[in-house]
Design a protein around this ligand. Structure first.
Ligand SMILES: Cc1cc2nc3c(=O)[nH]c(=O)nc-3n(C[C@H](O)[C@H](O)[C@H](O)COP(=O)(O)OP(=O)(O)OC[C@H]3O[C@@H](n4cnc5c(N)ncnc54)[C@H](O)[C@@H]3O)c2cc1C
Length: 492
């Protein structure tokens, strides 16, 4: 027989969006239960593999309180580099990368509530450190201890507030009353099935990136066997359960966030104290060139800030022969210290381009060397500056090159094979500004909220780095607050 548990608010998932929701609901005074599919030792979701969240700031006065562990020397150095990132910069970045397709209402909520959400997190003793990588664009600070540190702090807070977290517990079905109001969740636990009953449910259990079947169905067959950058748990369960209750699918179900990853990265990652989510990421491509197995370039590597391009580059790599590309650099890149985080990268080094191409198994060596020399000849004069969009371009070639173009002509040459790594899918549910899930008939489904990757409509085709975690906290907080209010109304 099923076990029965009663509470006021159920949150499904235990990533950043879910724990933001759980804490916000508890703050309102609700009794909260969190259901998490992963075992305790791998808790934290994709959120525990992240680096930063994107929010507006107006100089160091806004940032310094978030950086209590940063030596004053580093703060001084930061001051020289940090300008401001305004609300309208943020909104424009979202609209630029999504080609104007982001839902304006959701984008405005994200942008306008980001700063207060960061302050709210800070009030719970979340802290940040300066981002040392370059170019950093808007993400000038990173989570202290990475996403793992952030999530561990959320779990400490949850424990302190008396929020119960059930691990190894997969939500499988939403419970509804005869009017269609969501009244709970049926879940599979290690002991068997359990019915959790509540006044409101927040779904924050990720999108469908970890389901080969859903990837193939919505993104295309080439995505079926793609490597995941994150956890294997986000298999679209929340989306499926909600749609079975009539929830409206929304946003871009045919696109996703996918970035360049080391050829030898594992098929997925799970959070742990020694796991760095960006360990396999190969993000120095804006400074070198990327070439496929046929020896051709296929993107403008320096189109703009890396944080505004990397999420669409995985798709471009997947479209190349055998889904592989090579990032090519020379000695100048090493000396300028723009190849960062590649200490353990799969890579090859050679004193000639021909020898490098052979080591990389590029089928057409002549095409490869021709592409590099053609690129070199197209590089324009100008000062190379990794901290700015320096406009140092390469012209008259296809694809063009907009920034950070340096000729690849000084041995040793280096080549790094990369593949597409799936980060998360953009398809989600339609929500209201109160984070209530909307029915296909247009009305909010009573008792049902969504946050995090499950929110559809924000991202289309591309995405600005750091915005996923920020959206998770903003909509998580809204959903938790409103779920608690609805639960109280039910019990009155
Ligand atoms: C390697 C990596 C690095 C990233 N870096 C950044 C970054 O620096 N900045 C940024 O903004 N974004 C980053 N992202 C994207 C970011 O992780 C997501 O946008 C964000 O985590 C979404 O948070 P979430 O809470 O919705 O999902 P998650 O953190 O993935 O949480 C979902 C949780 O739901 C659980 N779950 C799934 N199904 C069920 C079920 N049926 N029942 C119960 N629980 C379930 C999962 O186990 C998981 O714990 C990165 C992603 C990856 C993979």
């Amino acid at each position: 027989m099923d076990t029965e548990v009663w509470t006021q608010v159920i949150v499904v998932g235990a990533g950043n969006a879910a724990l933001s929701a759980a804490v916000a609901a508890r703050e309102r005074g609700a009794e909260v239960v969190v259901l998490e599919k992963a075992p305790r030792q791998h808790r934290g979701g994709n959120s525990a593999l992240t680096v930063h969240m994107r929010f507006p700031y107006d100089g160091m006065d806004d940032l310094t309180p978030l950086l209590p562990c940063t030596p004053s020397e580093d703060l001084r150095r930061m001051t020289d580099r940090i300008g401001q990132y305004t609300h309208s910069d943020y909104y424009d970045d979202i609209m630029t990368v999504t080609e104007g397709k982001s839902n304006p209402e959701l984008a405005e909520i994200l942008v306008n509530q980001a700063v207060s959400a960061v302050r709210w997190m800070h009030s719970y003793r979340h802290t940040w450190v300066p981002t040392y990588a370059n170019p950093v664009s808007a993400n000038v600070v990173s989570f202290n201890g990475g996403g793992y540190g952030l999530q561990e702090q959320w779990f400490r807070i949850a424990e302190r507030l008396g929020i119960s977290v059930y691990y190894d517990t997969s939500a499988v079905e939403l419970l509804q009353d005869s009017q269609g109001k969501v009244t709970g969740v049926r879940a599979k636990t290690s002991q068997g099935y359990c019915n959790f009953h509540a006044g409101a449910v927040v779904l924050a259990c990720g999108s469908f990136e970890s389901s080969p079947e859903m990837r193939a169905r919505h993104l295309g067959p080439e995505w079926e066997a793609v490597k995941l950058r994150g956890v294997p748990y986000n298999t679209g369960d929340g989306l499926t359960m909600a749609m079975e209750c009539g929830a409206l699918p929304y946003g871009s179900w045919s696109s996703c966030h996918a970035s360049p990853q080391d050829l030898n990265r594992p098929r997925f990652d799970v959070p742990g104290p020694d796991i760095r989510g960006d360990f396999w990421s190969r993000y120095s491509y804006p400074f070198g060139i990327m070439i496929n197995l046929s020896g051709d370039r296929f993107i403008d590597e320096g189109e703009t800030w890396r944080g505004l391009t990397y999420a669409k580059i995985g798709r471009a790599i997947l479209a190349q022969p055998r889904g592989i590309a090579f990032q090519i650099f020379d000695r100048k890149h090493r000396e300028l210290e723009v190849i960062r985080g590649y200490e353990k990268a799969t890579g090859f080094k050679a004193n000639t381009l021909e020898n490098l191409a052979q080591q990389l198994d590029i089928s057409d060596v002549a095409a490869f060397t021709h592409t590099v020399r053609e690129f070199n000849a197209a590089v324009q004069q100008g000062e190379f500056n990794p901290f700015q969009l320096d406009g140092k371009s390469a012209i008259g070639i296809t694809p063009p090159r907009s920034n950070w173009a340096l000729p690849i002509d000084t041995p040793p040459f280096e080549g790094f094979p990369v593949v597409c790594g799936m980060t998360f899918t953009f398809g989600g549910l339609r929500i209201t500004s109160e984070a209530q899930v909307v029915h296909t008939m247009g009305y909010p489904i009573s008792g049902l909220y969504a946050a995090g990757e499950m929110v559809g409509g924000l991202w289309h085709g591309n995405y600005p780095s750091g915005a996923g975690m920020m959206a998770g906290t903003v909509f998580g907080r809204i959903s938790g607050t409103n779920a608690a209010e609805e639960a109280f109304q039910m019990s009155r």
